[in-house]
Structure formats: structure tokens, C-alpha cells
Design a protein around this ligand. Structure first.
Ligand code: PMT
Length: 325
């Protein structure tokens, strides 16, 4: 949960916290490789698409960040996010013609894999006449569809998958992506569905080795992770269309908090969701309205991300017509 919402943090304090976060974070191990991939992906998708207009590019963030408690990490704080929202949304964005940078937590739900059977991989295949192996009949349609859709997205250069684990990796990668996407202007979008840690142990005060249980009860100070939403809007990618999420477990305060986030961080939309009903219903909060979006229960396999992404694409189109609105 976001405990800073509602509290006014002075701009200079926030800037100092952000600076300190980045200066003290352990550098990304594969920073050069990520930078190269981004350059290539954004360069390719800056060219006009089939209909002659600029290709729209969305960064979808997905899954939860971890907070390590030791530098040689044995223990960490985690959260509930499965990455389903981000993975499903990515599929619908690709269907709508967007190129997607999928910034996701390692090991969470992946686009095009949602409809795969939950059985362990080994149980989905069967040996026919050795050395041939085939997909179990009951799963073959789902597997074929997942493989076909995934390969098509990759072959068309519409999907770049970048994994993170820790809060340090996530925020550094988000900054790199945002700065790389700045040149795209209004066709760029951020869809921030990741569940981002609110508290962390700064690298400089983190112990090197595994914390010893023999030392008695653990007394540890976590500091607040600075919210990057305002700096994303103001400095990293000022023209991009920005959608953040607001998650609460108490329905009574959800819309009020979403409204507050919309204004405070100057988001174009905030998607409000409640933990238990998040797969059935979300409320999209904008400056002018609050729209309830529901999963269409009459169709098997339909999910709430289908109408949600339709609505977002519509609003992004309106923004492209008039970015000053
Ligand atoms: O992954 P699933 O299981 O499918 O679940 C989807 C979801 C519930 C995780 C998703 O729909 C969702 O609501 N994601 C945002 C959860 C969250 O972190 O909410 P928040 O109220 O703590 O934060 C609000 C926004 O601020 C988020 O867009 C987040 O990206 C951003 N944030 C949060 C903390 C922080 N330190 N910096 C941030 O920028």
C-alpha cells in the first residue's frame, strides 16, 4: 500500500530522496545489454507502422518487486502480485497494434502463457514412437495458440521482455526505459501495473552476509521508497500517456485514493482495483469520469483486461489527437 498518498512531500525532499535512491542502488549487472536492446527496439518501432502513422509503444510493468534484506541475499520481502494483469494486458495491447516493453518480475505470469495448462510441463507431453514426443491431445489447442501468438509477436518485433527481481533493478530499468521512450512523444504510454515495494533497506545500510538467527529478534529499519511517478511525468518522459494503478483492500477508500493519485502525480488515468475483486472489476478514474469496467462473464476465457485495454486505447487515441487536453 502507498502510505505517502495524502502526505505532502516537498519537491526538494522528493528530488533528494530519488537522487539518493539511484546513487546508492547497486548498478544493474546487464545495464549495457538492456540499453542496447532498448535502443534497437525503440529505433525499430519509431518508424511509421503499416498505416503510415507512428507506431504506439507501451511499457507494461508487471509483478511485484522484492526488497532484499542482505547484500548476499538469502531473505527478502515480497508481495502477492502474480503478474496476470500485466501479462494479459500485454496480449491485448499487441492485438491493438502496440509494441510492448514488458518489464516483469522474473518467474511471474507471461504473455501468451495464460491459457496453458497448469499441469507441470512434463505432464503436458507424451511419448509416442520414440524419439517422437507430442503434446497431450487435451492441451494441444491451447499450446498451439500460445506458441503461434507468441512467435508472431516476436517475429514482428512487437515484444521486448525485460525481467527484474528487486526494487533496485525495477526502478533503474523503469528510468532507462522512460528516458529511451522520451523521443517517441505522445505515442508512448506507461501502464504501471507492477506492485512496487513501498519500503526498502538502503544498500548502504544493508548487511553483507546472511542475518544470523542466533542474534535474537530482528530489529530492522525500512525506509520509504520514493514515488517515481511524478519524476516520470515531469522529467523522464513528459509527453507520454501515463496510467498508474491503485490497489487497496478496503473498498471504501479506494476511489478517493485513486483520485488523489491522479491529481498528485498528474496521471492521465488511474486504474483502481480491490484485491479480492481485481479479476472481475476495475474502475478507471480520469479527470472527468469514473468508469466501471467488468469482465464479460458470458464468454469463457474473457477477462477484465479485454474491455480495459479497449477503453485505454480509445483514450490514448483521443490524447494523440490533442495532447494538451
Ligand atoms: O499481478 P496481479 O496478481 O494480476 O495483480 C494486479 C495488481 C493488483 C498488482 C495491479 O492491478 C495493481 O493494482 N498494481 C499496482 C499495485 C500497487 O503497487 O499499488 P500502490 O497503491 O501501492 O501504488 C500505486 C502506483 O504507484 C502503482 O502504479 C505503482 O507502480 C506506483 N508506485 C508504487 C510504489 C512506489 N514506491 N513507487 C511507485 O511508483
Amino acid at each position: 500500500m502507498d502510505v505517502t498518498d495524502g502526505l505532502e512531500v516537498p519537491q526538494e525532499t522528493l528530488d533528494a530522496e530519488i537522487k539518493s535512491f539511484f546513487e546508492s542502488a547497486p548498478p544493474l549487472k546487464n545495464g549495457d545489454d538492456i540499453s542496447e536492446k532498448l535502443k534497437e527496439f525503440i529505433g525499430r518501432n519509431s518508424l511509421p507502422s503499416g498505416n503510415g502513422s507512428a507506431r504506439r509503444v507501451v511499457c507494461v510493468t508487471s509483478g511485484g518487486t522484492t526488497v532484499p534484506l542482505e547484500r548476499r541475499c538469502v531473505r527478502y520481502i515480497d508481495n502477492f502480485s502474480s503478474g496476470h494483469r500485466g501479462a494479459a494486458s500485454t496480449e491485448y495491447f499487441i492485438k491493438a497494434g502496440y509494441a510492448v516493453i514488458f518489464l516483469h518480475r522474473r518467474g511471474t505470469c507471461q504473455p501468451h502463457c495464460r491459457s496453458l495448462p497448469e499441469d507441470p510441463l512434463l505432464e503436458c507431453f507424451e511419448v509416442t514412437d520414440e524419439p517422437n514426443i507430442r503434446v497431450r491431445q487435451s492441451d494441444s489447442e491451447a499450446v498451439k495458440r500460445a506458441i503461434t501468438e507468441h512467435h508472431a509477436a516476436v517475429a514482428e518485433g512487437l515484444l521486448l521482455k525485460l525481467p527484474f527481481t528487486t526494487i533496485f533493478e525495477y526502478l533503474q530499468m523503469l528510468q532507462m526505459i522512460a528516458i529511451s521512450m522520451r523521443s517517441l512523444g505522445a505515442p508512448a504510454m506507461f501502464y504501471l501495473a507492477a506492485a512496487v515495494s513501498d519500503f526498502y533497506v538502503p544498500w548502504r545500510s544493508m548487511v553483507e552476509h546472511k542475518i544470523q538467527s542466533a542474534s535474537g529478534p530482528l530489529d530492522m529499519r525500512l525506509v520509504q521508497v520514493p514515488k517515481m511517478l511524478s519524476v516520470l511525468r515531469k522529467d523522464w518522459a513528459p509527453m507520454a500517456f501515463c496510467i498508474s494503478f491503485k490497489l487497496e483492500t478496503d473498498k471504501k477508500i479506494l476511489l478517493e485514493k485513486a483520485d488523489m493519485a491522479l491529481k498528485k502525480y498528474k496521471m492521465h488515468m488511474v486504474v483502481a482495483n480491490e484485491l479480492l475483486s481485481r479479476k472481475e472489476e476495475v474502475v478507471v478514474v480520469t479527470t472527468n469520469d469514473k468508469l466501471s469496467v467488468h469482465r464479460d462473464k458470458t464468454h469463457v476465457g474473457n477477462d477484465v483486461e479485454n474491455p480495459l485495454i479497449r477503453l485505454i486505447v480509445e483514450r490514448h487515441s483521443a490524447y494523440l489527437e490533442n495532447p494538451n487536453l
